[in-house]
Design a protein around this ligand. Structure first.
Ligand SMILES: NC(=O)c1ccc[n+]([C@@H]2O[C@H](COP(=O)([O-])OP(=O)(O)OC[C@H]3O[C@@H](n4cnc5c(N)ncnc54)[C@H](OP(=O)(O)O)[C@@H]3O)[C@@H](O)[C@H]2O)c1
Length: 244
């Protein structure tokens, strides 16, 4: 990618895990947060982690040897001003308010990749259940709230943050849903930069409703079997998968 990736709410486990993987892949990453200090500490943590991997002689998928990782931390709106490739990793209860607040900061023509899952835990319910969202899905809610000309794509809802924050390959498919083919292709390219991940075009943004529901199922499986489950879709021709 020639452009920086801004991970809004990137101080949490999901955003940190994605940022770590993209920084290892040589991408320029900006961690966004409501608090600039928290964002900068998260960025430093990622840089430190990759430097430790390099010192320990880890393979190139987890350590960058030729150049230092390019990870910085900013307040969310400053991150939007510096990037037109945004990844949203905040809890559902904060999604709408944050997008309304960032409306003036998100640049026209930006792509927003939404990983939000409307878990019932947001309102004190079970994490293995989802909430009904009026628009159909959290991603469709996001699409209603971004400024005109911004493309919303849904992705990464089924990838465990625990696994992303590890050093092993992420044995998981990422289903990307969106109504803008170019934005979907960019999100797929980004997903395929994570070792082990295969990206699949999941069709229209409205399909995000189904993908978000799968996360609740995976969380239930994690609780029942004490693991960090992911998703693999089999039986499609090789050309359907975008792998790094
Ligand atoms: N955890 C997973 O395994 C996983 C996997 C796939 C998808 N997801 C989805 O990805 C999203 C993030 O997951 P997470 O586990 O990283 O969540 P999290 O730790 O609860 O939150 C992530 C970050 O969002 C910011 N945030 C929290 N409440 C907010 C609010 N009310 N308004 C604005 N920002 C707020 C915080 O950053 P600051 O305080 O620094 O602003 C926080 O560090 C969720 O929607 C989740 O369902 C999670």
């Amino acid at each position: 990618m020639s452009r920086p990736i801004a991970v809004l709410g990137g101080t949490g486990p999901a955003g940190m895990g994605l940022a770590l993987r993209w920084a290892r892949a040589g991408e320029t990453v900006i961690i966004g947060s409501r608090d600039v200090g928290r964002a900068q500490r998260a960025a430093e943590q990622i840089r430190q982690r990759i430097a430790d991997n390099a010192r320990a002689g880890a393979p190139s998928t987890v350590a960058r040897r030729r150049s230092a990782p390019d990870v910085s931390g900013m307040e969310n709106s400053a991150a939007c001003a510096c990037s037109d490739l945004l990844v949203l990793t905040v809890p559902f209860e904060g999604q709408a308010a944050l997008l309304k607040q960032l409306k003036g900061a998100i640049r026209p023509g930006s792509i927003l990749i939404d990983a939000t899952v409307p878990l019932a835990a947001s309102v004190g319910g079970r994490p293995s259940r989802t909430l009904g969202v009026w628009q159909g899905s959290a991603a469709q809610q996001a699409a209603e709230l971004v400024p005109p000309g911004v493309s919303v794509v849904a992705a990464f809802q089924n990838v465990s943050a625990e696994v992303l924050n590890g050093d092993d390959d992420v044995e998981c498919d990422v289903i990307v849903c969106g109504d803008d083919a170019k934005a979907t292709a960019i999100a797929m390219e980004l997903a395929a930069k994570i070792p082990g991940v295969r990206a699949l075009d999941g069709g229209k943004l409205e399909n995000a409703r189904i993908v978000e529901q799968i996360t609740a199922l995976l969380i239930g499986l994690n609780i029942r079997h004490k693991g960090h489950s992911g998703l693999r879709v089999t039986g499609l021709p090789e050309r359907a998968y975008r792998a790094g």
